[in-house]
Design a protein around this ligand. Sequence first.
Ligand SMILES: *[C@@H]1O[C@H](CO)[C@@H](O)[C@H](O)[C@H]1NC(C)=O
Ligand SMILES: *[C@@H]1O[C@H](CO)[C@@H](O)[C@H](O)[C@H]1NC(C)=O
Length: 394
Amino acid sequence: MDSNKPFSKVSVILFLVIFCDKVCSYDTSRVKKHGDNAHEKFYDINSLLDSWQEACQSESGGIVSVPDGTFQLDPIEFEGPCKNQVTFQLDGTLQAPTGIINGDDWIKFHNIDGLIIQGSGTLDGQGASAWQDKCPSCPPLTTSLTLSSVTNAQVTGITSLNSKGYHIKVNKGGGTTIEHVTITAPEDSPNTDGIHTSEANNINILNSDIGTGDDCISIGEGTQNINITGINCGPGHGISIGSIGKNADDGSVSGVHVMSCTMTSTENGVRIKTWTSDCSATVSDVTFHDITIDQASNPIIIDQQYCGGSHEYPSHVQVSDVKFINVHGISKSEVAINLQCSSTMPCQGIELDTIDLSLDGGEQTTASCSNVNATYDGSQNPPPCSNSLYHRHL
Ligand SMILES: *[C@@H]1O[C@H](CO)[C@@H](O)[C@H](O)[C@H]1NC(C)=O
Ligand SMILES: *[C@@H]1O[C@H](CO)[C@@H](O)[C@H](O)[C@H]1NC(C)=O
């Protein structure tokens, strides 16, 4: 399978036709109803896992289907390897158990090559029942949908609602396309990142609406080659690379291309954040292109003093070759461009090309820089930092 190409519609439809018999008979027989209330349905984990096994062992590929309706589902892990591509067809709503639950993941796919998750259904993490009990310094709560060591996956159409922690996590593996998804949680929900990637490569995140309580998309350590295009983000903390360097062995991030995205009422627009630590990972070859800012507090920000406490101890993560091209719109704060780089590893090859960021009333914004080696091209609003280490206006 070509990891960069979405699966063709025709093959998916053929697939559905061929396997319809199996799917249709499965739907009703495997759903257990408890009590008199017809809305109170529970998925019997074992029968869902049986269905997964059947689909996973099918030589010609199989389908697991969640029909219309609302079903409660305990944490579950769909394990590969599978004999061929497997489709998880989500038409109904799956609800996580209420409150804080044990484990990092609610619905986890692991060790699979060739996975389609599609449908108009919803994963409801029931986060509101858990957020209030989360201690602020504890790690994020349970992720709703995890793809771990999954290659050649396509996630399309589904909605993730009120995850307890991250909505979608892609860890290891690659060749992943996430497209036309809707991600929703309140602005004040803790660590509900929309999509988080780590140690994964060749990822496309396209044409999706993400509004949540933390980063709409966070590009974590070890992410290589990721295209993010056509994202409407807000509320949320924007599209972020990082935080990188919390652990000494964090992997480098390179090949990040963020294009045609809109940030509406977000905390940040586009951000790179690294910890003050000895970690020697790098962040390089990053482009933010055609970004519309509709009220963000920090439209363009590099923060290499993240969570460190002591500013005397610098980040050792080298940030280089980062282009901001055609970033325009309304900044909520006067400092529209804030580039705070490491004193030991100044940012190299930062390029600002055609920037237009004003305050709501049209007033002038400013730029603040430290330890930045920057190049400017095209019109600049705010005006370039006066204290760049090196400063060339093309
Ligand atoms: C990202 O986009 C570029 C340019 O369109 C393309 O060459 C590259 O293959 C894409 N990367 C992935 C992971 O699909
Ligand atoms: C800034 O970048 C230029 C061009 O790449 C390079 O020649 C110069 O050494 C850099 N200066 C500093 C202080 O890093």
